[in-house]
Design a protein around this ligand. Structure first.
Ligand code: PGA
Length: 245
């Protein structure tokens, strides 16, 4: 496989699960996949202190290092604390914090400017899928992103497959079709090397095994199962097994 898989734990607004910082924590695993933890801001230092590769769930999009921006955390602050990945435009932030497509792209560009790695989240809602608009929605979400940037990751997370309200996970075929489409949007230089993750009800089951064997699915963004370390470890085992073939 040209691309090393990446499995990211999106802990959302939850404390670190018990054992997350221990020696045998799956967040510290160094197998065939890169593993990163994306905790709340409060737990970032703790993870980094244990040599866990750590991401932030959001970074202030204003291009300033500090100042009168109540509630924001600047990209510079994240970088200084050795955060290396930043999620941009998770659907929960788009919906609950009114982050527009433009805001999200601005954020991703700010991440790059600070020598970090954006994980740009895209995905349609169930209505948009029902009416066949999913590809248009995703291409609009990515419009304006400089695809020729150094390195970045895209996460496809159909809203209808995410979290407690999920109707179901996408099938491997549905996900692969969208991932291949997203890859077609990238510039030639980055097409073969950029990782595109699937997120939405990923669990340690046969479906995950089928997903990771699809040519354009390069790993997972895991929500719920990242709070149960045995399940997260199960997902890593599935990815490691597929990668070792
Ligand atoms: P889920 O969340 O795995 O709980 O569906 C994924 C995400 O929102 O990143």
């Amino acid at each position: 496989m040209e691309r090393r898989p990446l499995v990211a734990a999106n802990l959302k607004m939850n404390d670190l699960p018990e054992g997350a910082l221990e020696e045998d924590s799956p967040f510290r695993e160094r197998g065939n996949a890169d593993v990163i933890a994306i905790p709340t801001f409060l737990d970032i230092d703790k993870c980094i202190g244990k040599y866990i590769i750590t991401g932030a769930q959001y970074g202030g999009r204003f291009d300033v290092a500090e100042g009168a921006y109540t509630g924001d955390i600047s990209m510079q602050m994240l970088y200084d604390r050795r955060v290396r990945y930043v999620l941009c435009g998770h659907s929960e932030r788009r919906e609950l914090h009114n982050e527009s497509n433009d805001n999200v792209i601005e954020q991703a560009v700010a991440v790059l400017k600070h020598n970090m790695h954006p994980i740009i989240c895209v995905g349609e809602n169930s209505e948009q899928r029902k009416t066949g608009k999913e590809k248009d929605v995703v291409s609009e979400q990515l419009a304006g992103f400089p695809f020729n940037s150094v390195s970045y990751t895209v996460a496809y997370e159909p809203i209808w497959a995410i979290g407690e309200k999920a109707l179901r996970a996408a099938t491997p075929e549905e996900a692969e079709e969208m991932h291949a489409y997203i890859r077609s949007l990238l510039d030639e230089e980055h097409r073969a090397v950029t990782r595109i993750l699937y997120g939405g009800s990923v669990k340690p089951n046969d479906e995950a095994g089928k997903m990771i064997r699809q040519p354009n699915i390069d790993g997972f963004l895991v929500g719920g199962c990242s709070l149960q370390l045995d399940k997260f470890k199960g997902i890593l085992d599935i990815v490691n097994e597929a990668t070792g073939e």
